[in-house]
Design a protein around this ligand. Sequence first.
Ligand code: SF4
Ligand code: ZN
Length: 302
Amino acid sequence: MRPYSGEKLCSSCFCRSVENKVRAAIAKYDMLRFDDRIAVGVSGGKDSMSLLHILTRLERSFPQAELIAVTVDEGIRGYRDEALKIAEEGCKKLGVEHVIVSFKELFGYRLDELVERLHDKKKNGGGLTPCAYCGVLRRRALNSVARRCGATKLATAHNLDDEAQTVLLNILHGDPLRIARARPVSSATHSHFVCRIKPFCEVLEKETTLYAYLRKFEFQNIQCPYAPAALRNDIRTMLNRMEEKHPGIKYTVYRSAERLGSSIENAVKTERLRNCRICGEPTVNEMCQPCKMLLNLKSHKR
Ligand code: SF4
Ligand code: ZN
């Protein structure tokens, strides 16, 4: 593993080392073509702003490639508005086209409204956290907008910490086959899917954070009010503690999943994708997960 080198390098060498890690991951996983139109998911946080900066630098060497930033406004009062402004100004400074799409326009509800329904449902024995809804709907939103923009790739800022957390989450949710799907490059199995890439998959969160500070660009620094309720949050704390005691353990989890993923990939590939009977998006079941979730909440009598 290439070690975390933040303490040993001057700021410009450190930033270059992060950019080189991204270049290496792009080459290793064959993420990009010279003429890709790349939609970048930009939330306004440190990871996505760092990714946008790095991809903008890389794009200069590929004149036929294009970048377009996509921000999803989930509708989280007191949190997303600031992030939207930061993302908008950051894109303007970098000269990158910026598209904003909201849960309200795509799904008919702000996340805050869905959470209210969720709370009512919980009183009656319901179950999922706001992040479970948000994650599924945001993935759908990003894919729809990327497709609408004619993007050939969809880049997200998931870093090594996120990837290691996702491995453990999938196991704890009893869904180990998802490990095969959470690869640095998605294997697009339906014409409605835009191929998803994760150029930060081998970069630690503390590296993207330091990069953002050293490059001195603005990013949102507050946590989403719904984050503490998520299981991911507990896994993040646990992995951070373990990494401190056993440096390199996050990378080990990531590598183990990579090995496991190649072995179970065939089992996952045999799943036949069809079109959701409600929205027409690709799904393995008769109805896709976003439609199932929304219908479930709508059917709840308040
Ligand atoms: Fe959505 Fe959860 Fe992230 Fe907040 S923390 S933006 S609710 S996934
Ligand atoms: Zn659907």
